[in-house]
Write a protein that binds this ligand. Structure first.
Ligand code: HMG
Ligand code: MG
Length: 302
């Protein structure tokens, strides 16, 4: 067992958690969510995306969100699908960017209007222009299943991950976009990827549609992966993966990590109360079971 002693959680609720909502969340509320979660001890945020406002209207205020966040020890990442996104992200003053590819051509086309090879060309072009000091995370989506093409070939994921590592991406995040993959599916992908990319460069991003995400987190920890995305209250989904649920809930991950004695940022009870309040204010379902239980237990104790 080579579980890490400490895990870096990237809080994805401000971006992945909100991007699919039909109702526009006001800019102040987005800023408040990041500030409140940072007060709850979270440090690293998947904060916004610099994408077409026609494609994803919810992210139209990305620059204003970045400008409004109290930058006290937080790390703010913005997704960029192309050079125009990079320019906007740099102008807004993000700490890091996320670039996008997928292991499925159809998903990639629907998501960013580029097949996989074209998306890799876009990433190459972005990497050529990235200012020194800006951290680059590459996301490979649909690592086990594509909503349009079905099961993914794990060897394709590994080849993409190796190329992205060779190109100098600081981190390569494996995105289980649909939340469908079981431990068996994810194990096959990790076996292929770990044969080609050092574990220190890898992170995981699990959606929880079929309730498999926490099991896949355990598998990833056992493989030595120490970076993962999660979303407070389980908020979220992808506009191009119909029916996909949000990322694994941050509070559920925290409960797991605490039980394993693995260090992480953030306090479960504080994160739960911020996320539950946000969900309540915006009429969204609060989906963290560990968070709900933690809040109920704290009421009993009070
Ligand atoms: P394209 O077709 O090459 O773009 O890329 P284009 O240059 O032809 O422009 C199309 C329109 O987009 C034009 O507007 C541009 O001005 C505008 P129009 O004239 O039609 O009004 N545009 C932009 N606007 C703002 N910022 C930009 C930008 N670039 C072009 N950077 C494009 C199409 C990629 C732009 C579009 O498809 C897009 O924005 N897609 C975003 C998709 C997205 O955000 N998906 C969700 C995030 S990915 C995800 O959730 C997966 C992840 O969580 C991991 C996982 O779960 O697996 C990360
Ligand atoms: Mg996602």
């Amino acid at each position: 067992m080579s579980r890490p002693a400490r895990v870096t959680i990237t809080e994805s609720s401000p971006r992945d958690g909100l991007q699919s909502l039909g109702v526009f969340i006001p800019t102040d509320a987005k800023i408040g969510l990041i500030d409140d979660l940072s007060m709850a001890g979270l440090v690293s945020f998947d904060a916004v995306s610099f994408v077409s406002p026609t494609a994803v209207p919810q992210m139209a205020d990305a620059a204003e969100v970045i400008a409004g966040v109290a930058r006290i020890g937080v790390f703010l990442r913005g997704l960029v699908p192309n050079l125009r996104g990079l320019e906007a992200a740099v102008a807004a003053g993000v700490d890091g960017i996320g670039v996008l590819t997928a292991a499925s051509d159809t998903f990639s086309e629907r998501n960013i209007n580029a097949d996989v090879e074209e998306s890799m060309d876009r990433i190459r072009a972005i990497l050529d222009e990235v200012p020194a000091g800006l951290s680059v995370r590459a996301y490979i989506s649909t690592i086990t299943h594509c909503p349009y093409e079905g099961p993914t070939d794990p060897a394709r994921v590994a080849v993409l991950a190796e190329r992205l590592a060779e190109w100098g991406c600081d981190e390569i995040f494996l995105g289980e976009t649909l939340g469908k993959g079981t431990v068996g599916d994810v194990e096959r992908v990790l076996d292929h990827v770990l044969a080609r990319v050092p574990v220190s460069r890898l992170g995981v991003h699990f959606h929880d549609t079929y309730g498999q995400a926490l099991a896949n987190v355990v598998l990833s920890l056992d493989a030595g992966i120490d970076k993962l995305d999660s979303s407070a209250g389980g908020l979220g989904g992808c506009p191009y993966a119909p029916g996909a649920a949000g990322n694994v809930a941050t509070e559920d991950v925290m409960w797991l990590l605490d039980g394993l004695g693995i260090d992480h940022d953030g306090d479960i009870q504080q994160v739960a109360s911020v996320a539950a309040r946000f969900c309540d204010e915006h009429n969204l379902p609060y989906r963290s079971r560990a968070g709900r239980a933690t809040l109920a237990a704290s009421e009993v104790e009070a």
